[in-house]
Structure formats: structure tokens, C-alpha cells
Design a protein around this ligand. Structure first.
Ligand SMILES: Nc1ncnc2c1ncn2[C@@H]1O[C@H](COP(=O)(O)OP(=O)(O)OP(=O)(O)O)[C@@H](O)[C@H]1O
Ligand SMILES: [Mg+2]
Length: 667
């Protein structure tokens, strides 16, 4: 077979050649079709939260320190996203518009356009980039058909403005198939500005699409709520409950104008998850605490999806996915060694986690030598003056009654460079660190599971299956929340929407194996701690019971013997025929070594073929103690001595049999 070396880019030319020649190989190039891309950008990001996440990620990649998102909630007609990042040059903006799907990030051209540093994987200021494909920005298409990009670099005396009008599907579908496809019209211009130093990018979304507005305003929920409420009035049944927290709802006023729906006569129209007057920076902490507080009330399984309306639920999910601070500190920054039971996870399949302590004042991060990736200290995002923080609490969790009274935290590190195997086989180096947090309760329910952050960003939420962990540990798994922080690799396992990943990717396979091995260690450690705590508790209870019984006998003796000179006689069970007994190794606190009243141990053998369980042993110990106390009481009143020696055992056995009766099946 012949091969023609010339590359044929034109379709017509290729077709002509193929028709004219058999048995000849021609080369061509794949082309991206904008139409396919437009479908991708319009279809893969389904919820408003995804679009906001993508825009925030772009601001992060542009080295922004602040992102301000403003909406006209609860109307949701307009949304504006403003950052103080490095902005775009005219060349970059034009490149972006003409190369959807052709990101400059992670390319050698990135530096020239000011999009990356000299290493294409990093931002100019050294952040590990989140973006890679060049479609994230167009996720706004699900929110609005028309949007505006306003961008300025420091030092420029102008800003560049582009307005984009996207084509709608139905318009597209009605076109002739061979007509050239355009995904949208763009107007672009420069505007003079005075302030040379300002920099950043603003995306303005006007006229939010009807469908997106319905989602954002939680329209379906409120409609169903109203229907149910009417129904409940008619049928005189319990009315439905609204979401506990909501940003407000609209109703139709006169002339079909939308007005706020008030909750009461004072014109209150919203229910916020924080106290009035709470500082912007504290709002998320309060919101998180309120969710945890639910566990103290009757709500054992608080679900954010049920507690919050779409808006707050969206903010919650958004804050989980962006690189930003935790509401009350990062667990790796913990410096108090008494706060948790800390364990170090082994990377080997047969080993167990090891408990570790650390010096007070030194953080866990320092102790375990864990690197910070994409430091989130310098990235602050707010939506409508609510500063977004990771709503994950590690401190001041509501106390629960469990036997293990502190959270157990398992820390681990993993790295694999595949011994220098080519990246095509190994997908390159993989490195990550993680914590697995065990607590009697995890709130909200949506936080049970594992969340994977790639370079500190995540489109996926907590996976409650723990990447399909097959071991039957339902109860224990519900008490675990876990975050894995990817430092190197894994990125290529992410699907393009960043909201799911390819489980068969070599890095995903390794990470899954590591996680399952870690879960095994956690559950083993937790189980053995819980069972030793249980045994300890039982022994304590037994000691308390025995003490109580002895005290009663002592009191009776004391009240019958004014003179403290006559001490309470010792009473004990001894083996038959041993009149003056030496302690037979039984737990005994009478120190003398001989017994004033030796009782026949045979008495206790009644029904002694009971199961030899821990519980049964404890029961027998208590019975024995009771019988000794009863004997002491009889001695105290002088009754015991009235009974002939050879009848005493008989009498005690009768009492013992009576005391033994419990009236349940096990007796
Ligand atoms: N806020 C911003 N500041 C500066 N440049 C931006 C901003 N948002 C987008 N850009 C530029 O527009 C480009 C396209 O953004 P887009 O989100 O579509 O793709 P990406 O971030 O490169 O990759 P991905 O599709 O993986 O997100 C970016 O590569 C960047 O050059
Ligand atoms: Mg992006």
C-alpha cells in the first residue's frame, strides 16, 4: 500500500483523491467543529453553581485576591462577577473569543499572552492552574444568552469591553446543515480610563435565562409548597414546612409585576441562617454551626438540601469547591495535641494506623511535613456580601454520648513516581495528602464521604460511597468525612466538566486503593478503641456496684455497733472444708488474709453452667457480693449466729436462689 506524505486539510481535496485512488493512504487532520463545542459548553454545565465555580476558578487562575459576586437575589435577573486579577490584553481577549476550547493555559504560548508564568502549568504569580480546556467561561451560556466581559491590565490606560450574544439552539437547528456555524456575535472595543493601576476582569450577566431563574428562585419548590398548603387547609391536615432558611421569594403583584412575598405583617420576606448584624466574614461560620446544631434538636440527619433554599444550597456547594479558607480553621493547622485522637495512616496493605502525638504549638502540617498547595489564604470570594468559606467544622462539634469522646483523625500522605515509567503508561507522578475524620456524627449528611481536591479546587462534592468501598460498614462510614488534596497528577483523570472523573485512570485506581486501605485502618482502629472503651466502662460500672453493696453492709454494721472499736467482721466464700481461709486469689480488699465468716463457695455454684460471657461474669460477681452483704446484715443483727453452723449454708443458698430469680428468659 502506498502512502502519500502530503497532509490534506481540505475535505473536498481529500474526497477527490479517495475516489480516484484505491489502496492509497492519505493523511489529514482532525478539526474541531465549533458546533460540537457549543453543544458541549451548553450541555455539560447544568446548574448555576457550575457556572459560578468556573468563573471563580478563572479569577483564581488570573491571580485575583478578591472576587465579588453580586446578584439581585431573590429576583435573579442579573449577576455580576468582578475580580482584581491581572486582566486580559486585547490580544488575549481576542484569542479567547476566537479559540473556544483552545486554552492558553498549560501551553508554551501562555506566557506570551500573560496567561501563565514561564511554566505553563502555573499562573504568572505561581498558582497551580485550575483551567486547562478553554470552555469554562462559556458555562455562563446556561445562565444568560448575553454577557459582557470588561477587562483591564495594570498599567493600561484603557479597558477592553466585549459583549457576547450567544446563538440559541433552536436557531441553530433551523439553519441549513452546510451553512457555516457561528456560536455567537461579539462586539469588542476599548475605552479610555484614568486609573492606570487598576486591574481585573468583570463578567456581567444580564437577563438571566428563564430556566436558570426558575432554578435560582426555587420556583418549583415554592409552587409545590403553595399547592400543598392549600390542600392541607382544605383537608385539615398538617401544613407543609418551608425550607428553614431562604433568601426570599417572589409573587405576582398587580399588573403581573413581581413583588416580595412577606412571611409576616412586618414585611419580613427572608429567613437567614445567621443572626442579624453578623459580619460578612462570620456569616458562613454561623451558617455551618446552625446546620450542626440541628443534630442537637430532633433532626439527627440534617441535610443542607432540605434546610436551605436553592440559593443557600448553591453558596454552600460553591464554597466547598473553590480554593478558600475553612469557616473555623484548617485541620492541618491544628496545634492542640489534645483536640483529637491523631493517627498516621500506613500506605501498606497489611499495616494498621499508628497513633501519634505532636508537640503543642507545632501544627499537624509541620509535624507531618505536608506541603501547602495553592494557598487559599490570599483568595477571598464573596457573594452578595457573604464571604464564602469551606463550611467544614472540626472544632466545637456538639458533644455526643458515644464511648469515644473525641473525634479520631487519620492523616496520610502518598506519592508514586512509577519508577520513571513513561508518562503515557503511568500518567506521570501522583502525590497527595489526606485526612479522614471520624466523629460520632457528621453534619450535614451531604458531608459524609470523600471529597477530592485537585490543586485545592473541586467540582465534585463528597462521594458517600467512598469510591465504591464494598465493605459492609454502613454505620461507621456514616461517621466519616474525608478530604484528599492532590499535589501532583490526577488532573488528567478529571472529566472536562471537572464534576466527575475517570475511575479507570491509573491515578484514580491508585487513589481508590489507597482510600480503601485507609478506611480499613480507620475502621479497625475505631472498632478496637470502641470495644476497649466498652470493657473499661463495664469494669467501672461493676466496681461502682460492688462499692455500693459494700457500703450498705457497712452502714448496717455501723448502726448496730456504736463502738467503732469492733470492726465489721469479714465474710467470704471459701472452698468446702477450708475453715480458716487464705485468700483464694479472688479480688479482695480485706487485707487481713483470713476470714471471720467463711461461707461455702458451693452455694454459688447454683446454675453456674451459665454462659461464661463477660456480662454473665459481672452478674455473678455482683450476686456474690450481694450474698456477702446479706450475710453481713444477718451477722450485724446477731441473726446469723443464732443459726446452727451446719444450717447456715442451707439458709444462704435459699436466699441466693431467691435473689437469682430475674423474671426474664435468661434467668
Ligand atoms: N477572570 C479572568 N481573568 C483573566 N483572564 C480570564 C478570566 N476569565 C477567563 N480568562 C481568560 O479566558 C480564557 C478562557 O477561559 P475558560 O474558563 O473558558 O478556559 P480555561 O480557564 O483556560 O480552561 P477551562 O475550560 O479548563 O476552564 C482563559 O484561559 C483566560 O485566558
Ligand atoms: Mg476556566
Amino acid at each position: 500500500m502506498n502512502t502519500e506524505n502530503k497532509l490534506i486539510k481540505d475535505s473536498q481535496e481529500l474526497l477527490g483523491k479517495l475516489k480516484a485512488h484505491e489502496e492509497q493512504v492519505f493523511s489529514t487532520k482532525l478539526k474541531t467543529n465549533e458546533r460540537v463545542l457549543a453543544r458541549v459548553t451548553d450541555g455539560i454545565y447544568r446548574e448555576p453553581v457550575s457556572a459560578l465555580r468556573e468563573l471563580i476558578s478563572n479569577a483564581f487562575d488570573a491571580d485575583a485576591e478578591n472576587v465579588f459576586i453580586t446578584t439581585d437575589a431573590p429576583r435573579f435577573k442579573n449577576i455580576r462577577i468582578e475580580d482584581d486579577g491581572q486582566g486580559m490584553s486585547v490580544e488575549t481577549l481576542v484569542h479567547v473569543i476566537h479559540n473556544i476550547g483552545g486554552s492558553l493555559k498549560r501551553t508554551s504560548n501562555g506566557e506570551f499572552y500573560g496567561v501563565t508564568g514561564s511554566n505553563g502549568n502555573y499562573s504568572p504569580k505561581g498558582r497551580r492552574l485550575i483551567g486547562k480546556i478553554g470552555i469554562g467561561l462559556f458555562s455562563v451560556s446556561q445562565l444568560s444568552q448575553n454577557f459582557q466581559i470588561i477587562t483591564k491590565r495594570s498599567g493600561d490606560n484603557f479597558r477592553t469591553v466585549a459583549t457576547v450574544a450567544l446563538q440559541q439552539y433552536n436557531e441553530v437547528d433551523e439553519r441549513e446543515a452546510d451553512q457555516e456555524y457561528e456560536s455567537g456575535n461579539v462586539n469588542i472595543w476599548k475605552e479610555k480610563v484614568e486609573d492606570l493601576n487598576s486591574h481585573g476582569t468583570t463578567i456581567v450577566l444580564n437577563n438571566i435565562r428563564v430556566q436558570a431563574r426558575e432554578t435560582l428562585t426555587d420556583k418549583r419548590f415554592w409552587r409545590d409548597f403553595d399547592i400543598n398548603q392549600n390542600e392541607s387547609q382544605l383537608k385539615k391536615i398538617k401544613p407543609p414546612t418551608p425550607k428553614k432558611y431562604y433568601i426570599g421569594r417572589l409573587e405576582n403583584g398587580k399588573n403581573a409585576e413581581e413583588i416580595l412575598h412577606s412571611i409576616n405583617k412586618d414585611g419580613v420576606y427572608q429567613s437567614l441562617p445567621w443572626d442579624e448584624g453578623t459580619a460578612d466574614d462570620e456569616k458562613f461560620l454561623q451558617m455551618t454551626k446552625r446546620v450542626w446544631d440541628e443534630t442537637l434538636k430532633s433532626n439527627q440527619r440534617p441535610q443542607i438540601e432540605k434546610l436551605f433554599d436553592h440559593y443557600f444550597y448553591m453558596l454552600w456547594r460553591l464554597s466547598l469547591s473553590i480554593p478558600t479558607n475553612y469557616v473555623n480553621g484548617d485541620i492541618f493547622d491544628t496545634t492542640d495535641p489534645d483536640k483529637y485522637l491523631c493517627y498516621h495512616l500506613s500506605n501498606l496493605a497489611k499495616e494498621q494506623a499508628k497513633k501519634f502525638d505532636f508537640e503543642p504549638g507545632k501544627s499537624i502540617r509541620e509535624t507531618l511535613k505536608i506541603e501547602k498547595i495553592n494557598d487559599n489564604e490570599k483568595f477571598k470570594v464573596s457573594v452578595d456580601n457573604i464571604v464564602l468559606k469551606r463550611p467544614i467544622l472540626f472544632d466545637d462539634l456538639p458533644k455526643t454520648k458515644g464511648r469515644i469522646n473525641k473525634p479520631m483523625v487519620f492523616f496520610g500522605k502518598y506519592s508514586e513516581n512509577f519508577g520513571g515509567k513513561p508518562a503515557t503508561l503511568s500518567a506521570g507522578e501522583l502525590k497527595f495528602h489526606a485526612y479522614l475524620f471520624w466523629n460520632n456524627k457528621i453534619a450535614p449528611v451531604e458531608h459524609r464521604g470523600v471529597l477530592i481536591r485537585v490543586f485545592n479546587a473541586s467540582g465534585t462534592l463528597f462521594d458517600e460511597t467512598f469510591l465504591d468501598y464494598q465493605v459492609q460498614e454502613i454505620n461507621r462510614l456514616e461517621q466519616i468525612t474525608c478530604e484528599i488534596f492532590i499535589e501532583k497528577g490526577f488532573d488528567s483523570a478529571l472529566n472536562i466538566d471537572r464534576e466527575s472523573f475517570n475511575y479507570s485512570h491509573p491515578h484514580a485506581v491508585l487513589l481508590t486503593r489507597w482510600l480503601h486501605n485507609s478506611l480499613r485502618q480507620l475502621t479497625n482502629t475505631q472498632k478496637s478503641l470502641a470495644s476497649s472503651a466498652r470493657t473499661e466502662q463495664k469494669t467501672q460500672n461493676l466496681d461502682l456496684a460492688i462499692d455500693g453493696i459494700k457500703q450498705i453492709a457497712q452502714k448496717v454494721w455501723d448502726s448496730n455497733h456504736e463502738s467503732s472499736l469492733i470492726s465489721k467482721p469479714s465474710v467470704d466464700f471459701v472452698k468446702e472444708n477450708t475453715q480458716i481461709s487464705i485468700n483464694d486469689g479472688q479480688e479482695e480488699d480485706e487485707e487481713e488474709g483470713y476470714t471471720d465468716y467463711s461461707l461455702n463457695r458451693e452455694i454459688l455454684n447454683f446454675k453456674s453452667n451459665e454462659r461464661n460471657t463477660q456480662n454473665e461474669k459481672h452478674r455473678m460477681r455482683i450476686l456474690e457480693e450481694k450474698l456477702k452483704a446479706i450475710a453481713t446484715v444477718l451477722i450485724s443483727y446477731g441473726i446469723f449466729d443464732l443459726v446452727p453452723v451446719d444450717k447456715r449454708d442451707e439458709m444462704l443458698r435459699a436466699i441466693y436462689e431467691i435473689v437469682q430469680v430475674e423474671g426474664n428468659d435468661n434467668a
